[in-house]
Design a protein around this ligand. Structure first.
Ligand code: FAD
Ligand code: FES
Length: 262
């Protein structure tokens, strides 16, 4: 059952040219929040834009009761969000959607994020690491300034492997090339991924060819966010007869369940 609450903003800072971190106190949502779920946030007071915007749980501090979001500015809603100041309130609904499932204890997991797709993987990395899983995180970006999750990954204590297209940090090239060239598949039991669909398609092919299980987190335009409007309905495979609602049945699905636009 999702809650709607006014979250007191305790931190809101720009972390790269077009990305911001927003932390707010959400005493109802934070204790229930699971990795892979999202909140639906109203980006401005008044009615413009009317709709909420879905953003993944980037990090959750259950002791403090706070939620942190990582967002990239793409349009009206995310632009307006940047105007919110510390000590103001944000109107949030959550936690929403079906999050990641955890593999059996002792499994070695690899998390692969592309760009801002790293957002849901940070809170997942924290939960997996707290529970004793061996975690590797691969993050692909254009250039080192976009490696915004670096400090959090170091603090969580996972093995963090960046890739940059310009070679300014870590492996030079695509994150999927990093996966192919530097990760020994016999040491991977489970894969989680989030990012551009073309990247997730390559990750899904890699996993299928090596019989590795995993999950991905999908993006879709959303209106209500709670399964009431069909705004996010999509067929997971072309031949499927029925539609799923990404907001309620997802955003997380098994890797093999989705036909991606590769
Ligand atoms: C479950 C879920 C979790 C998400 N988590 C994050 C996150 O953690 N961080 C983050 O930065 N973004 C995340 N997104 C995407 C984010 O919701 C959109 O970027 C945001 O809603 C755009 O709002 P806007 O008003 O700024 O842009 P709009 O003015 O609505 O759109 C601007 C441009 O972005 C495109 N666009 C908008 N929404 C989407 C979308 N969902 N998929 C593809 N293209 C889109 C539009 O076509 C348009 O070209 C998530 C989306 C979903 C569905
Ligand atoms: S956004 Fe309304 S059903 Fe998913």
């Amino acid at each position: 059952m999702p809650f709607v609450e006014q979250g007191l903003v305790v931190r809101h800072n720009q972390v790269s040219r077009d990305m911001w971190e927003l932390e707010f106190i959400a005493p109802a949502i934070a204790p229930e929040a699971l990795p892979g779920q999202f909140v639906h946030i109203r980006s401005a007071l008044g009615i413009n834009p009317l709709l909420r915007r879905p953003l993944s749980l980037y990090d959750v501090d259950k002791k403090l009761g706070s939620i942190t979001l990582l967002y990239k500015i793409v349009g009206t809603g995310t632009n307006l969000l940047t105007r919110i100041k510390t000590k103001e309130y944000v109107d949030v609904m959550g936690p929403l959607g079906k999050g990641f499932s955890l593999p059996p204890k002792g499994k070695r997991v690899v998390l692969i994020g592309g760009g801002v797709g790293i957002a849901p993987l940070v809170y997942l990395a924290r939960v997996l690491s707290d529970r004793g899983y061996q975690v590797k995180v691969l993050h692909g970006v254009e250039s080192r300034r976009q490696l915004v999750a670096f400090d959090k990954m170091r603090q969580i204590g996972v093995d963090f492997m960046p890739s940059t297209m310009d070679g300014s940090a870590g492996f030079k090239g695509l994150v999927t090339e990093l996966l192919q060239k530097k990760i020994n598949p016999s040491e991977v039991d489970y894969i989680y991924t989030c990012g551009p669909e073309i990247m997730m398609a390559a990750v899904a092919d890699y996993a299928r060819e090596r019989a590795i299980e995993g999950e991905l987190s999908m993006e879709e335009y959303m209106a209500c966010g709670v399964g009431a409007c069909l705004g996010c309905a999509r067929k997971l495979k072309t031949d499927d007869e029925s539609y799923v609602k990404i907001c309620k049945d997802g955003p997380v699905f098994p890797l093999g369940a989705v036909e991606l636009l590769g």
